[in-house]
Design a protein around this ligand. Sequence first.
Ligand SMILES: Cc1ncc(COP(=O)(O)O)c(C=O)c1O
Length: 400
Amino acid sequence: MPGNELFGAEERKEIMEVLETGIFFRYNHDEPRKGIWKSRQLEQELAHITGAEHAHMVSSGSTAIATALAVSGLGAGDEVIVPPFTYVATVEAVLLLGAIPVFAEIDETLCLSPEGILKAMTPKTRGIALVHMCGSMARMDEIMEICARHNLILVEDAAQALGTTYKGRHAGTFGHAGSFSFDFFKIITAAEGGAVITNNSAIYDAAAQYSDHGHDHIGNNRGMEQHPIIGFNYRISELHAAIALGQIRKVPRMLEIQRANKAQLVSALKVIPQVSFRHFPDPDGDAATFLDFFLPTEADARSIAGKLAANGLAVNYWYDNMYHYLRNWDHVQQLKSPNKLHIHTTGHPGYANYNLPQSDALIGRLISIGIRLSWTAEDIVRMQQTLAQVISAHFAPTHA
Ligand SMILES: Cc1ncc(COP(=O)(O)O)c(C=O)c1O
């Protein structure tokens, strides 16, 4: 990760084909586009590699999760359980629906825990926005059982989980719908882009309509199309789809490199008794985009993250990072919005007093290293040495 490291001739060829026709719009224009349909082709290839019956491209991972939630039947006033460890887009998408995000605890999988979901449920709970963080999945069997028992709508934010599977089944295919991001930092990139996948043809039709002002896409005269539903413009352009088409064919190679690179770093950490690892409900399905490990205490993790960075090893200490954890999202905690959100009208107090001690404790002790595709053998040896030296020195007994 990320795919932008492998950008090359394949992507340029796909882009050039679009530039030669000059048709950047994904629909219609049948004649001048001369058979070039990059978004459609990408959708077919994404459906193929995920095993989903349908895939629909949109403009970003944010619009993909917003679309997936809306077309799965969630809406105003519904409580939707979300994790505090995600990218804020998941929470924004729930708010955009007029629904109410309810934060629940994660566990050592770094995803929502079945116990956390059950504890967060109220009579108003209608769905779960389950995020497969950092390339691996939650305890899916138990979560699927909870959804079936309580009749909950499951939507999977698989923005970070292309190539991730659980017992052979691809992320995003467990719930009503799943979403992916193809932004510049993801496993494959479209520059900006995203996708919704589903096995339900009514949900697929609704996703295609919702992300294009409700157009039904029947016939070849856009001005005469019907509008079965209200929607927005969340369309992808042919240029963005072309980039991702060049990338998607590299996914098997990317996964192979990521897994090999990660395994070598893991081997350096395994011998350090104070280090423990994220739990993988299905280790074979890890896309290996990140190496996630825990230290005994928050103080150890913060100090070691600082020392690793000072020694040239790029690490993420999410607990202090502004991007991925509720603790640092003042705007969400205080429901700061330029307009009046539906949630404001419910008298909701906001999330400043959130109480998720298990998640705080886990994220406070967590360090993540993003696995890169371009590392050389020497880079990896250097990182192995840095990890071993810095962490062992941190725990070495001090002598008076
Ligand atoms: C879990 C998650 N959901 C949604 C998104 C949003 O994707 P995009 O940047 O394509 O809008 C991201 C991007 O970081 C993400 O990590």
